[in-house]
Design a binder for this molecule. Structure first.
Ligand SMILES: [Zn+2]
Length: 120
């Protein structure tokens, strides 16, 4: 198991991590933690919505559209890049990636994907 790539230290990002009695330890900052605690597990425990560049989004935020979007039921109208959308609300992922609900002037209530917006 000496070939295993150990994860970097979550505290100081040092890659000098070593195993110590079932824990992982960092010689740089003396941090010790349990192996297997993945970032994705943490995300599951506390779901967060992030925009296209990784900013945390919360209810009531204002975002701008970063990708031109066709809006369902609007007769083929598109949301243009740079359109400002205020007062967004986080919703559970609908299954196809839509995780934001918002009211947009001229469109009414629409669903957005967090991957196509950027916090304003
Ligand atoms: Zn460290």
């Amino acid at each position: 198991m000496s070939d295993d790539q150990l994860p970097p230290c979550p505290e100081c990002a040092s890659d000098l991590t070593y195993e110590s009695g079932g824990f992982l330890a960092c010689p740089m900052c003396a941090h010790e933690w349990t192996p297997g605690a993945q970032d994705t597990d943490a995300a599951d425990a506390e779901p967060v919505t992030r925009d296209a560049v990784g900013n945390l989004l919360v209810d009531g935020d204002t975002v701008t559209i970063v990708k031109s979007l066709k809006v369902k039921g609007s007769g083929g109208s598109s949301l243009k890049i740079g359109t400002k959308v205020s007062g967004i609300r986080m919703i559970p992922d609908s299954g196809d990636g839509h995780d934001i609900e918002a009211k947009v002037a001229g469109f009414g209530e629409i669903l957005l994907k967090s991957s196509v917006v950027k916090k304003a």
